[in-house]
Ligand binder design. Structure first.
Ligand SMILES: Cc1ncc(COP(=O)(O)O)c(C=O)c1O
Length: 436
């Protein structure tokens, strides 16, 4: 951990004007020896990280899981590239900037330990996952396993294939909170029949924050010769892992969530031998059948967002993958430990790192999460996401690395006040006061 003197010197160096990467390179010198869990509690470090972001005054954004702001260094690069594209678009875009996407492909592949020829850069998780879901050849009667906790658009895409082509979509139900990873694997295993072709699962369930045992689910898929499609919208750059260790066939994610890349960026991984057997969303000539780039042929589009992914990767690497996960975990534990003291309160995923990290949903029995979301915004200008599912509900809370413990405490205090208001408004009428 940094000495007090070096910390004071660091804070005195006028970092406000510095870019995110300059801040991080200085911080990394001072805190080089700090273990991630230790650093996660070091507010002086995270206060400096805040300076790398432009933050909306007066708003407390605890819905980074929906979409996250990019650090200034990323945004500046996106703006610079946008200006460059606009000068002589047909030249700058197609001759200069588009070819630079190859560097992004290589960095993404190296970071998640797969071959660059298996990585396509897309606009979001929806585009990535729909490429896999709609691109597979399936026959009427072929079965696809999903859960009723998958993302609605991904479910609807499968259901559209069911309506259009007669495939069979089986929606499984997972217990909330998941008790043991093995229970999830068992739920999928029991649903496999000789007609099953695809196992689709979330890496992190957006409703609960639950981290599913993806490597085990993909191993199950391989064992039964099923194709595995993993929805990693909430997992990429949230906590460290590699695609190589998951062993999936397809992986789709947004990069504007936890990587904090420009809004409108995503990634699609396709295991190499499967590329030629997967139809792209936008038609391509047969000469490109085996080329991962066929999934990127979407027509004229801005190069700035996807090229600035490199800056986001620089920021993520400089921050440190394990450090980020440890801080997100620490932020969660700070509000969860306090709010779990409320009567009957429960998290929809266990709080240990095996089950969840920076995404967590809390349920207060009888309290309407929609009311809670509305009041948090109206009374406190705090952003969260209410969760309503037929089997459970709650308030989803997703702070980010630029949030402080003070802000988390403000949020917890606001929740306590709102819970008191709710109870006051919904207190049972005293005996004898009912009217006819
Ligand atoms: C689990 C999951 N999958 C897919 C998506 C779709 O992401 P996007 O809207 O960025 O395409 C989301 C968005 O929140 C999600 O949570």
């Amino acid at each position: 951990m940094a000495s007090n003197v070096s910390r004071r010197r660091l804070l005195a160096t006028g970092l406000r004007a510095a870019s995110g990467l300059a801040i991080l390179s200085r911080l990394n010198r001072v805190y080089a020896a700090a273990a991630p869990e230790e650093l996660a509690q070091e507010e002086a470090f995270w206060k400096q990280i805040r300076l790398a972001y432009d933050r909306a005054p007066g708003i407390l954004n605890f819905n980074n899981g929906g979409v996250a702001p990019a650090p200034n260094s990323v945004l500046d690069e996106q703006i610079r590239l946008t200006r460059q594209s606009n000068r002589a678009p047909s030249y700058e875009l197609w001759t200069v900037l588009e070819p630079q996407l190859e560097a992004v492909r290589k960095r993404m592949a190296a970071t998640w330990a797969v071959d660059a020829e298996e990585i396509a850069i897309t606009r979001n998780a929806t585009e990535s996952l729909e490429t896999a879901e709609l691109g597979l050849n399936l026959k009427p009667g072929d079965e696809v396993l999903i859960t009723n906790q998958d993302y609605p658009r991904m479910i609807n895409t499968w259901l559209q294939r069911q309506r259009r082509e007669g495939i069979v979509v089986k929606q499984l139900s997972l217990k909330v909170p998941v008790q043991r990873a093995a229970d999830v694997v068992e739920t999928y295993r029991r649903a496999i029949t000789p007609r099953t072709r695809v196992l689709h699962c979330c890496h992190v369930i957006n409703l609960t924050g639950e981290i599913l045992p993806v490597a085990q689910l993909c191993a199950l898929a391989r064992q039964h010769r099923l194709l595995s499609i993993v929805d990693g919208a909430h997992a990429i750059a949230h906590f460290p892992f590699t695609l190589a260790e998951l062993g999936c066939d397809y992986y789709g994610a947004s990069l504007h969530k936890w990587l904090s890349a420009p809004i409108g960026t995503g990634v699609l991984y396709v295991r190499r031998p499967l590329i030629e057997h997967t139809w792209p969303l936008f038609g391509e000539w047969p000469g490109e059948d085996k080329n991962i780039r066929k999934f990127e042929e979407i027509g004229t589009h801005p190069a700035a967002p996807h090229n600035a992914i490199l800056e986001a990767l620089d920021f993520y690497d400089a921050l440190g993958h394990e450090r980020k996960a440890a801080r997100l975990q620490a932020l969660k534990m700070r509000w969860a430990d306090r709010l779990l003291r409320q009567p009957g309160a429960r998290l929809l995923a266990q709080s240990c790192r095996e089950h969840s990290c920076g995404v967590a949903t809390i349920d207060f029995p009888g309290v309407d999460p929609n009311w809670m979301q509305t009041q948090l915004w109206k009374q406190y200008k705090i952003l969260v996401q209410e969760i309503t599912h037929p089997e459970f509900r709650g308030t989803r809370v997703t702070p980010n690395v630029y949030n402080s413990f003070d802000e988390v405490d403000r949020f917890s205090a606001a929740m306590e006040q709102l819970l008191a208001q709710w109870r006051q408004q919904h207190a049972p009428a005293p005996a004898g006061t009912h009217s006819n």
